[in-house]
Design a protein around this ligand. Structure first.
Ligand code: SF4
Length: 377
């Protein structure tokens, strides 16, 4: 099981409470971005293209705590940018643990080994390490030779220190599903608690616009990758969301399920789009024209999106919102090997396509250079 029982229980009781209170729009995970600067420059990233004055700014611990208290979500994900570059990240995490929030600190792990002393192991704190696949693919994806080995060092240091560690993997067009399956085996052997997957979202600002997946290709890739599943693989996300990615079920987007707070304020409507900002979480809920978002809205910016920040909340709502949803999740976790002979053939075809469309080229710096780089502004 990829998520501990106590954390599932907290989420389940939170969702039930919201339903009892009759709330239609409630957050499950706060995406708290304390800064945008990073010590990587990945081709598929839409967050690091801001001007220098924005990349230099950051949230104070007090601003982070105010957003977390205002939002009330039981889980806080801290992406960025690279959160370990924030000079007060230890203080921020300590304050959130004191509030009994389940924290996923999303990091590329280049600095994890040297900054691990800033943190104390806790059931509330998980390092969610950005790993895009096996060594060659990861280094290509993050544009950094040696990035994979450096991240593995960070993961080992965190595991040795008694911390919870998961991985998060963003998949783009041209990913080789056979290689991704081998990567799952590697991560399980390493001892991470679970893995999180998401298709890449086509950010307007990302430098490489050629590699984003449309919906049909997303389903094909995830069906090839996640059918005929090894019993050893653990995913720390809803089985129903993974079935959605495989094309086995449909969900509408729940953009308020994972709201984003960053140096600009509360971002409308979701982690991926920037259609303005609100000063408070209540204002975000009240003033966003939610009907204009989600694939079913016809908004072209949402047309190809299947990203967890919009759709995992829908799956979790389904899971904890009905006996049927709960049963589907339990069944998928206990018996979900997803045997599928045609997906095996798909695996071979997709692997050939991957090598044709994804020649590995651009590497621009070494891990030693990047890890020592505190800011890139
Ligand atoms: S479909 Fe994707 S981009 Fe559109 S609102 Fe939902 S999460 Fe955001």
């Amino acid at each position: 099981m990829g998520v501990p029982i106590s954390q599932m229980w907290t989420t389940a009781t939170y969702v039930l409470n919201q339903k009892i209170k009759g709330r239609k729009q409630y957050p499950l995970v706060l995406m708290l971005e304390p800064l945008f600067r990073c010590n990587l420059a990945c081709a598929g990233c839409g967050k690091i293209q801001y001007p220098a004055h924005v990349l230099k700014s950051q949230l104070t611990p007090e601003e982070c705590f105010r957003a977390v208290d205002e939002c009330g979500a039981p889980t806080v994900s801290i992406p960025g940018g690279e959160p370990l570059l924030h000079p007060q990240i230890g203080e921020i995490v300590e304050g959130l643990v004191a509030r009994r929030k389940y924290i996923y600190l999303c990091t590329n792990a280049l600095l994890l080994k040297e900054k691990i002393h800033l943190f104390k192991p806790s059931k509330y704190l998980t390092f969610s390490v950005h790993m895009d696949g096996q060594r060659e693919h990861h280094d290509f994806s993050v544009c950094l030779e040696g990035g994979y080995d450096k991240a593995i060092d960070g993961i080992k240091a965190a595991l040795d220190g008694g911390f919870r560690v998961t991985t998060n993997t963003t998949l783009f067009d041209g990913a080789d599903p056979k290689s991704v399956r081998a990567f799952f085996d590697e991560m399980m052997e390493l001892g991470v608690e679970g893995m999180m997957l998401s298709p890449g979202y086509s950010y307007d600002k990302a430098p490489d616009q050629q590699r984003f997946l449309g919906r049909a290709r997303t389903r094909r890739l995830f069906r090839a990758m996640l059918s005929n599943r090894s019993k050893k693989w653990r995913f720390n996300q809803s089985a129903l969301f993974l079935e959605f990615l495989m094309g086995k079920r449909e969900y509408a987007c729940t953009p308020w399920g994972m709201p984003t707070y960053n140096v600009f304020g509360w971002q409308k409507p979701c982690y991926l789009l920037q259609d303005g900002y609100a000063d408070s979480f209540a204002e975000l809920l009240e003033t966003t024209a939610w009907e204009n978002y989600g694939t079913e809205s016809g908004n072209p910016k949402c047309a190809n999106c299947m990203v967890h920040s919009g759709y995992e909340a829908s799956a979790v709502n389904d899971l904890f919102g009905s006996v049927g949803g709960m049963w589907q999740e339990v069944k998928a976790r206990m018996f979900g090997g997803y045997e599928d002979a045609s997906a095996l053939r798909l695996l071979d075809e997709a692997a050939q396509t991957a090598h044709a469309v994804n020649p590995l080229v651009q590497i621009e710096a070494s891990a030693g250079e990047r890890a020592g780089e505190e800011t890139r502004v």
